[in-house]
Design a protein around this ligand. Structure first.
Ligand code: AMP
Ligand code: ZN
Length: 114
């Protein structure tokens, strides 16, 4: 989608430092990090949110989670722990309407989330 920020990152028209890339998944550092490690993991295809997925997206969603775990291990978070978040819809705080998983780590997190 031409007017989608994360589609522009996939296309390379908005620059970002890519951390991981395969046919289905792209990962890059969040521009406004909320923790020492804050990586976004997105599908290369435009998907609005988790609410925009169905049974046929199971493999894609699995790959997104596997990449989250891979990046967390690479950043040394596997021992200390980390959080994976998918804000879904406005009330949950979603601001970019292209599905993304936040991988957050390197500090302690409160529960429940605010
Ligand atoms: P959400 O609020 O869950 O939709 O998360 C959107 C995230 O995208 C926020 O954490 C933003 O800081 C991040 N973001 C916005 N623009 C960019 C960009 N150009 N590069 C990297 N991350 C971005
Ligand atoms: Zn998009």
């Amino acid at each position: 989608m031409a007017d989608c920020l994360f589609c522009q990152i996939v296309a390379g028209t908005t620059p970002t430092k890519k951390i991981y890339e395969d046919e289905q998944v792209l990962a890059f550092d969040d521009i406004n990090p909320q923790a020492p490690v804050h990586v976004l993991v997105i599908p290369t295809r435009h998907v609005v949110s988790l609410d925009d997925t169905q049974d046929s997206d199971a493999a894609l969603l699995g790959q997104l989670m596997v990449v989250c775990a891979k990046i967390a291990r690479e950043r040394g978070l596997d021992v200390s722990g980390y959080r994976v978040v998918a804000n879904t819809g406005r009330e949950a705080g979603q601001t970019v309407f292209h599905l993304h998983l936040h991988v957050l780590g390197g500090r302690s997190f409160a529960w429940p989330p605010g």
